[in-house]
Ligand binder design. Structure first.
Ligand code: XMP
Length: 319
C-alpha cells in the first residue's frame, strides 16, 4: 500500500532527525502498538535502540516466548528480557482487590523497567507506541480507572523520572493503520491481528487472589478457547476473547467420582473502540465444544459459563 509505504519512509526520517546519535529504549508488551513502534524505530536507527521486555508472568500461554523469538530471533533487535514473574507474583499474593492489583503491577513495572534501563547505561529517549486515540483521551480525560489504564499502558511518569524525551512515531495513527504499518514492516500476521490485551494481563482475569497454579489453569483454558476461535475462523470478527477464572468452586461429576472444582467464564465481545461492546453470539454447538474440551483437558475446572453481558452495563474485563 503506497500510503503506508510513504508513511514508513517519512516516519523513519523523522525518527532519525529527532534522535540523532542518541540512545533509545522501548518497552515491549507483546502487543501490536509497542511491537510496530519498536520495529519502525529499529529500521530508522538500528542498534541505537534497545528493547526492554518486562515479563510479569501474567501473559498468555506461549506469549513471552513469541516476543523473544520475534525480536531477538527474527528481527535481531537488541532485547533485554527480564523474567520478573517471581517479584510480581510475590507482591500480588498480598492483594485480591482489582485496583490494588493494577497499582501494584504498574509500580513494579516501572521499578523493574527503570532498573533494567539503568543496567544498560540509560538512554536519551523513551519510545512508546502511543496512538492517536490515546493522545485524544489523555487530554480530555478526567478521573476514573482509565487514568490507571493509561499510566500503566504507556509507562506514564517514567520519562520525567528518568529525564528522557519521548519518541512516539505512531501518534497520528489509528489502530487499523498501525496494523497496516505492521504488515508493511513485515510483522507476522498473528502479531498484527492480535486482540488488545490489558497491561495487568491475567492478574485481572484470575478473580480475587492470584497464585501460579491458578494462572496456569487459566492459561490452559484460555488457549483452548482461542484455538477453537481460530479454528472456527472467528478471530477477526471478535474484538477480544478470553477466559476468566472465578474464585468459586462447584460440584460436578467425572466418570463415577464427584468433583469440586473451579468455574471458568468465557468472554468474547465485538467493539470498535472498547468503550462500548456487545457479547459475541457464538453458535451453541461452538460453546458446547469449547466447554467439553476445557472440562476434559484442564484439571481444576469442572464448569464453564458464557458471559452474555454487554458494555455498558458490564465492562469487558471482569475486574
Ligand atoms: P473494560 O474492562 O474497562 O476494558 O471494559 C476496556 C478495554 O481496556 C482494557 N483494559 C486495560 N488495559 N490496563 C490496560 O492496559 C488496564 O488496567 C486495563 N483494564 C482494562 C480491556 O482489556 C479492554 O480492551
Amino acid at each position: 500500500d503506497w500510503t503506508m509505504a510513504a508513511f514508513r519512509q517519512q516516519a523513519v526520517e523523522a525518527i532519525r532527525r529527532q534522535v540523532g546519535k542518541g540512545r533509545v529504549i522501548c518497552g515491549l508488551s507483546g502487543g501490536v502498538d509497542s511491537s510496530v513502534a519498536a520495529v519502525l524505530i529499529h529500521e530508522a536507527i538500528g542498534d541505537q535502540l534497545t528493547c526492554i521486555f518486562v515479563d510479569h508472568g501474567l501473559l498468555r500461554q506461549g506469549e513471552a516466548e513469541q516476543v523473544v523469538e520475534l525480536f531477538r530471533g527474527h528481527y535481531n533487535i537488541p532485547l533485554v528480557h527480564r523474567d520478573a514473574s517471581h517479584l510480581f507474583l510475590g507482591e500480588l499474593a498480598l492483594t485480591e482487590e482489582p485496583e490494588l492489583k493494577r497499582k501494584t503491577i504498574g509500580r513494579l513495572f516501572i521499578d523493574v523497567f527503570e532498573e533494567e534501563a539503568r543496567k544498560i547505561g540509560g538512554a536519551d529517549f523513551l519510545a512508546q507506541g502511543t496512538l492517536y486515540p490515546d493522545v485524544i483521551e489523555s487530554v480530555s480525560f478526567t478521573g476514573g480507572p482509565s487514568v490507571t489504564i493509561k499510566s500503566h499502558h504507556n509507562v506514564g511518569g517514567l520519562p520525567e523520572r528518568m529525564r528522557m524525551k519521548l519518541v512516539e512515531p505512531l501518534r497520528e495513527l489509528f489502530k487499523d493503520e498501525v496494523r497496516e504499518l505492521g504488515r508493511e514492516l513485515g510483522l507476522p500476521e498473528r502479531m498484527v491481528r492480535r486482540h488488545p490485551f490489558p497491561g495487568p494481563g491475567l492478574a485481572i482475569r484470575v478473580l480475587g487472589s492470584i497464585t501460579k497454579e491458578k494462572l496456569d489453569i487459566l492459561r490452559k483454558a484460555d488457549a483452548i478457547f482461542l484455538q477453537e476461535i481460530e479454528n472456527a475462523g472467528l478471530y477477526d470478527a471478535i474484538w477480544q476473547a478470553f477466559a476468566v477464572l472465578l474464585p468459586v468452586r462447584t460440584v460436578g461429576v467425572m466418570g463415577d467420582a464427584r468433583t469440586y472444582d473451579q468455574v471458568c467464564a468465557l468472554r468474547a465481545v465485538t467493539s470498535t473502540d472498547g468503550m462500548t461492546a456487545d457479547f459475541f453470539p457464538f453458535p451453541m454447538d461452538f460453546l458446547g465444544r469449547v466447554s467439553t474440551r476445557i472440562v476434559n483437558e484442564v484439571r481444576g475446572i469442572n464448569r464453564v459459563v458464557y458471559d452474555v453481558t454487554s458494555k455498558p452495563p458490564g465492562t469487558i474485563e471482569w475486574e
